[in-house]
Design a binder for this molecule. Structure first.
Ligand code: GLU
Length: 288
């Protein structure tokens, strides 16, 4: 069997919050207990939201928690040519098209650019959209949730926006394929986009991979913790060791004997010895 390759892929739109730590601990632990590799990828393509200073801060914070990722961090903004090439190859295969609809136009009208045969022209600000095939696999097996079904209802998916921001979905799928990721472990907020991403796997002639969606850390019954909701930075809420123990408790793991006075690396090592995927809860959980 091929080696397990997992990844943790934060977006540097702010410091790490508790939800990011849960995703990091989950992805890291699952990779380690499967004798796999764990890669670190910085998803910083949205230049309106992401800042270089947050990349440095996130790298430092992950280090403070004691995580040791395999290889150098992979910074998406250093590889934009790869995503453009993948998108243009999809146009060449008639699986994607250029579009000149504005966002406000699309609010009330549907896009017919697919039939216009627009060509890339640096004068125009064209978006590039992927055609969702009418017939597609609308389910996947999740290691926590079991079989999940999410038919993709929309007709197209934006790969590159008119303002030239490369979409998360394109870059994430291209990189997971290029980096040989065998399982995606991430928060359940991304569970419903999975079948859409699988359409891209198929269009890029790649094999499907497996998924494990972690419980979503909620601020209350309505809001998930996220940088957009201005969730507090996790290292403002406690020491690295305290917060690691809290993340392990959130994942319902055995934290017996883990003390906040221990160095974070020791907590991680001890937690890995007894980490059990079957203990991870399903769904959402309010962080207390
Ligand atoms: N970059 C995304 C985030 O910070 C995670 C994407 C993924 O794991 O697929 O929410």
């Amino acid at each position: 069997m091929s080696q397990y390759i997992g990844r943790f892929a934060p977006s540097p739109s702010g410091r790490l919050h508790f939800g990011s730590l849960v995703a990091a601990v989950g992805a890291y632990a699952v990779a380690k207990i499967k004798d796999g590799k764990i890669l670190l990828r910085i998803e910083d393509l949205d230049f309106f939201r992401c800042k270089k200073e947050y990349t440095s801060i996130i790298l430092r914070e992950l280090d403070e928690f004691g995580f040791k990722f395999d290889g150098e961090p992979y910074i998406q903004s250093e590889h934009t040519d790869v995503y453009y090439k993948a998108a243009k190859d999809l146009v060449a295969k008639e699986k994607a098209f250029y579009c000149n609809c504005t966002r406000s136009y699309l609010k009330n009208n549907s896009c017919h650019c697919r039939n216009k045969g627009l060509k890339e022209d640096s004068e125009d600000n064209l978006a590039l959209r992927f055609i969702i095939p009418k017939v597609h696999q609308d389910y996947f097996e999740d290691e926590i949730y079991g079989q999940k079904r999410f038919p993709v209802l929309q007709e197209s998916l934006t790969l590159i926006r008119r303002d030239k921001v490369i979409s998360y979905n394109l870059a994430c799928v291209v990189d997971d394929i290029r980096q040989g990721v065998t399982q995606v472990v991430r928060g359940s907020d991304l569970i419903d986009i999975t079948t859409t991403q699988m359409c891209l796997y198929k269009a890029l002639d790649a094999d499907y991979i497996s998924y494990l969606h972690l419980p979503l850390a909620m601020a209350d019954d309505t809001y998930k913790l996220s940088k957009q909701n201005r969730s507090p930075a996790v290292l403002d809420q406690g020491s690295p060791s305290q917060m690691l123990i809290k993340a392990l408790e959130f994942l319902n793991q055995d934290t017996d004997g883990l003390q906040p006075q221990m160095p974070p690396k020791k907590i991680l090592d001890k937690a890995l010895e007894r980490f059990e995927i079957k203990r991870i809860p399903v769904g959402k959980k309010v962080v207390v």
